[in-house]
Structures are given as C-alpha cells and as structure tokens.
Ligand binder design. Structure first.
Ligand code: SF4
Ligand code: SF4
Length: 178
C-alpha cells in the first residue's frame, strides 16, 4: 500500500500511519540522506509553509497520539509545578513519575500513555511541559538537523507524517531518481 500524497486530504488514521512508518522505513532513511544534501534554509522555508497547511487541517484534540506514545522531557521547574498539581512533594513526584536518562541526565515523564492524559486531552494543558508545547517541532528552524527525530515521529504523529510526505513532493524527491 502506498502513502496518500494528496495535499487536500491529510492522512490522520493512526493505524495506517503506523503501518506506513514500517513500510516506508527504507525510503525515509534515504530521504534523510537526501535532505542533508539540500539547502537548509530552503528546506526550512518549505517545511514552515507546509507545516502551516497541515496544522490547519489536523485537530490534535481528535488525536492525542503523542501523549499516548511518547515521554516528554521535563525541567526542574516543570517537575515542581506538576508535583503541586498532583498535590504531592517534588521527591514523591520524582520517584513515581520521572526517569533520568543515564547517558545525558535529561529528565522525562516515565509513563506512556502520560499520566496527565484524559481521553485525548491534556489535563494540565496550561502547565504542560515545554517539550509538549513545541511537539512535533515542525515549526522550528534547523529541520535538516533534526531528521532522525522526524523520521521516528513519522509513524506516531499525523502532522509529521503529512509534513514529510508533502516535503518529499515539494523537493521532487521521487523525481530526483534516488
Ligand atoms: S503533559 Fe499533557 S501534553 Fe504533555 S504528554 Fe502529558 S498529556 Fe500530553
Ligand atoms: S502533535 Fe501529532 S501526535 Fe500529537 S496530537 Fe497532534 S497530530 Fe496527534
């Protein structure tokens, strides 16, 4: 089965996106190499244009898949705030809900689905961590420096999936003969 590439019809079916993530794994690895050969500023301009189109077509409130599948990074102040919301001490919150990466020391919420997910909505939305606010990071500069993360998120997040598929079209990736 091939991915949908019609910009007017974003793919939002999570099961299909997960399946296409597996199916297109080799293509995405190759596309990553292709992106490294492109002008990073040009790629950013195109990604930001496409990202506006895609985010206007996809309602995160109908999805919530990132909150079900990923573990957001949290800062000390975010941990304090979330512990307050849970009405427990920072130490208790840390021991129950936070993990620390042994490689780089980054702290992140340890459960997926997230403990703050309520159906498809965030129950601490105004206080959600910065990492949650900026996910899926498609609005940021330096897209060509974050291609590993984008490819990992391709099978999780409909926004990333559709942005990457439209980016392949915009850069004539297939037409380039790779
Ligand atoms: S804190 Fe909220 S936005 Fe962040 S992962 Fe949990 S439910 Fe999702
Ligand atoms: S950011 Fe992506 S995975 Fe998260 S709710 Fe929105 S579309 Fe779904």
């Amino acid at each position: 089965m091939k991915p949908l590439r019609n910009p007017k019809n974003p793919e939002v079916n999570l099961a299909r996106i997960a399946m296409l993530g597996e199916l297109n794994e080799d293509e995405n690895i190759d596309f990553r190499m292709f992106l490294k050969e492109q002008d990073p500023d040009k790629v950013d301009r195109i990604v930001h244009r496409i990202n506006k189109e895609v985010t206007a077509q996809i309602d995160c409130r109908q999805c919530g898949n990132c909150c079900k599948s990923l573990k957001p990074c949290v800062s000390e102040s975010e941990i304090n705030r979330l512990a307050q919301i849970k009405n427990i001490s920072t130490g208790e919150f840390m021991s129950q809900f936070v993990e620390t990466d042994s490689f780089d020391g980054v702290k992140f919420l340890n459960d997926a689905p997230c403990i703050f997910l309520n159906d498809k909505s965030c129950s601490v939305y105004p206080d959600r961590p910065k990492d949650c606010r900026s996910y899926p990071h498609t609005h940021k500069h330096g897209f060509t420096t974050r291609t590993i993360g984008m490819i990992q998120n391709y099978s999780v997040c409909p926004i990333v999936y559709n942005v990457l598929e439209r980016l392949k079209q915009a850069l004539k990736y297939r037409v380039s003969g790779r």
